[in-house]
Design a protein around this ligand. Structure first.
Ligand code: PLP
Length: 455
């Protein structure tokens, strides 16, 4: 290689290091470009806002691919008989279905609508598991007719429906029981699910769980494969997963001893936390799965039972940090000695989580990322609710109407929870990847809002 080329490569590497440093400075997977603008997924966010309008969801495809690779390396290839599905409630446009299918990961759906999306995207249906605490007869019919891989049964009512539909359609159905292990997780009450007092899952009281297993064993077309638990969401430590695992391995042991029932599959749920605030850290998936697999192997050895095949179903962990939302700042109102409100052109219609359960977000002014932060503002949405506040006391440089605000970690449960309160249209979604951008969901129009309305 001649000297000139070597020098050129060195210069490029140095340039990359400089860029990498600014990524760290930004504390997110984004960096400042030569001007003053935030770059995300290789794209200038201010240019994206101009091209597609605001509010705008921007999702980095490469980030999702990297997380899928991490799941494969740290779980699927590392341990025998493992399966991973993406909890599609976190984010499910058709393009996401295609992307997940391409990565060889399965899908967890919880409604006829999510299943329909997967069917339309030609998602391999045997890789789908169907969840929900009140699946309707129509939804169960649809799932069984399309031969979804597993149905996670939440209650006895559903079991009876599955029994009857499977006979009517003459189809075998593989199911797992979702159980409530009675574990309280360290997260918001609205996203904890494993405690005894929960709308989800079958109670582990002896007279309920063993009776339900006994009944299921004799069903003609239904194969009970094992158990499922999901202890909560946005968990930053593995404590509740491990506690639940102890309880469920005991259930496996007791089911074998009392009913001669062999647990062939165990689904460990999702719930792995991500980074929302600056300074927080997303744990690698290995932090959760290694501890759980060690415990599972250890417990099964102690109890002298076979290790079942295992599955995980992360949602937020796979896509949360892949997304940002871009807004335009409009009205700025200062109340002397109290606070300054900076209102944006979206709010609880595109990000319900702060209003729903006080979720915290970080943001920057996308066209002023290099500028010194000099004040705090409260970012307000445009809905007619005083609770429509996206971020309290955000540090910002001097701001003015027309500035672009970029809110981080909005990839999960933002687009999927978007709503039309105040007849506000849902934003577009743009997928970015190493400097390229493509529209994957069109912005809603006023006509879309009235499509189903009649006089
Ligand atoms: C059964 C089940 N699995 C997986 C998930 C995904 O959770 P997370 O996005 O926190 O990984 C949820 C979320 O509610 C769930 O209810």
């Amino acid at each position: 290689m001649n000297k000139f080329i070597k020098l050129l490569i060195l210069a490029c590497e140095l340039h990359n290091i400089v860029i990498q440093k600014t990524i760290e400075k930004g504390d997110y997977m984004s960096y400042i470009n030569n001007g003053n603008n935030l770059v995300f997924g290789g794209c200038d966010t201010v240019a994206l806002a101009k091209k597609y309008g605001t509010p705008l969801y921007v999702v980095d495809e490469n980030y999702i691919v990297e997380r899928c690779e991490e799941i494969k390396e740290s779980f699927l290839y590392k341990y025998k008989n493992t399966n991973a599905v993406f909890a599609s409630k976190a984010f499910l446009p058709l393009a996401m279905c295609k992307l997940i299918a391409k990565q060889g990961i399965g899908l967890d759906v919880v409604s006829g609508g999510e299943l329909y999306t997967a069917i339309k995207a030609n998602f391999p249906l045997e890789k789908i598991i169907f969840h929900g605490n009140n699946k309707t007869e129509d939804e169960l019919y649809m799932a069984i007719k399309h031969d979804v891989g597993r149905i996670i049964v939440d209650n006895e009512y559903e079991l009876e429906l599955i029994d009857s539909i499977s006979k009517r359609l003459d189809k075998r159905v593989k199911i797992l029981f979702r159980v409530t292990p009675g574990v309280n997780s360290h997260t918001h009450e609205y996203i904890t699910t494993g405690q005894k007092d929960s709308k989800f899952g079958i109670s582990l009281s002896d007279d309920i769980i063993f009776e339900t297993i006994r009944k299921t064993k004799v069903l003609e077309k239904v194969d009970l494969m094992g158990f499922h638990f999901h202890v909560g969401s946005q968990l930053l430590d593995n404590e509740s997963h491990l506690k639940a695992l102890d309880i469920v391995t005991e259930l496996m042991y007791q089911s074998l001893k009392r009913l001669d029932f062999v647990t062939r599959e165990l689904n460990l749920g999702g719930g792995f936390g991500i980074k929302y605030a600056f300074g927080e850290d997303r744990k690698p998936v290995s932090y959760f799965v290694d501890a759980m697999m060690d415990k599972l192997y250890e417990n099964c050895k102690k109890m002298n039972i076979e290790v079942p095949s295992t599955a995980i179903e992360p949602g937020r962990w796979l896509v949360g940090e892949a997304g940002i939302t871009l807004y335009k700042i409009g009205a700025i109102k200062s109340i002397p000695e109290i606070r300054t409100y900076a209102s944006v052109d979206g709010g609880m219609t595109d990000n319900l989580r702060p209003a729903l359960y006080g979720a915290k977000y970080e943001a920057v002014i996308a066209n002023k990322v290099n500028e010194k932060k000099v004040k705090k503002v409260t970012v307000a949405g445009k809905c007619c609710e005083s609770g429509d506040i996206l971020i309290k006391d955000l540090e910002v440089p001097e701001i003015e109407s027309g500035d672009i605000l970029a809110v981080f970690s909005t990839g999960a449960y933002n687009y999927s929870m978007a709503n039309n309160y105040n007849k506000i249209t849902k934003p577009a979604v743009v997928m970015v990847n190493k400097g390229r951008d493509r529209l994957i969901v069109k912005r809603e129009t006023y006509e879309d809002l009235l499509r189903n309305e009649l006089y």
